[in-house]
Design a protein around this ligand. Structure first.
Ligand SMILES: [Zn+2]
Length: 133
């Protein structure tokens, strides 16, 4: 069953919504739920999307808020790394919206993929070498 929560980032007065469910459930939910008027542009983009990505970060240009869309609650290394990738998109968007220098959206994919790659390897406990003391 799909679910969502709103994360209030009080220090920056922004909200990030996390939605967990299929993309079809997400499209239905966003088209039918009562969304703030500032989300209208975002709703249109989501409803028209045929994207079947493992995860997405949706935002609009009006207020620096956004939505992280995940297919399921992250448990595996891959799922956790993907969620972190989207969290970094979100972080960079919120900060750049309020004027803290960050690379803009098109260029920050390099940062999110590199963070995802490093995190996957940190979390993969199978290929650590034992320290011989
Ligand atoms: Zn990305």
């Amino acid at each position: 069953m799909a679910k969502f929560k709103v994360i209030h980032i009080d220090i920056y007065r922004r909200d990030i919504t996390v939605f967990i469910g299929s993309h079809d459930e997400f499209k239905t939910w966003i088209a039918t739920c009562e969304v703030p008027t500032s989300w209208e542009q975002l709703v249109e983009a989501v409803v028209e999307s045929e994207d079947n990505a493992e995860a997405s970060y949706w935002y609009n240009n009006n207020n620096g808020n956004g939505i992280i869309e995940l297919k399921k609650h992250p448990e595996t290394i891959e799922e956790i790394s993907t969620a972190v990738h989207e969290c970094l998109h979100c972080t960079m968007r919120v900060l750049s919206y309020i004027g803290i220098p960050c690379v803009d959206y098109a260029a920050n994919e390099a940062y999110t993929y590199l963070l995802e790659y490093i995190l996957k390897n940190v979390l993969d406990y199978k290929n650590y070498e034992l320290v011989k003391l």
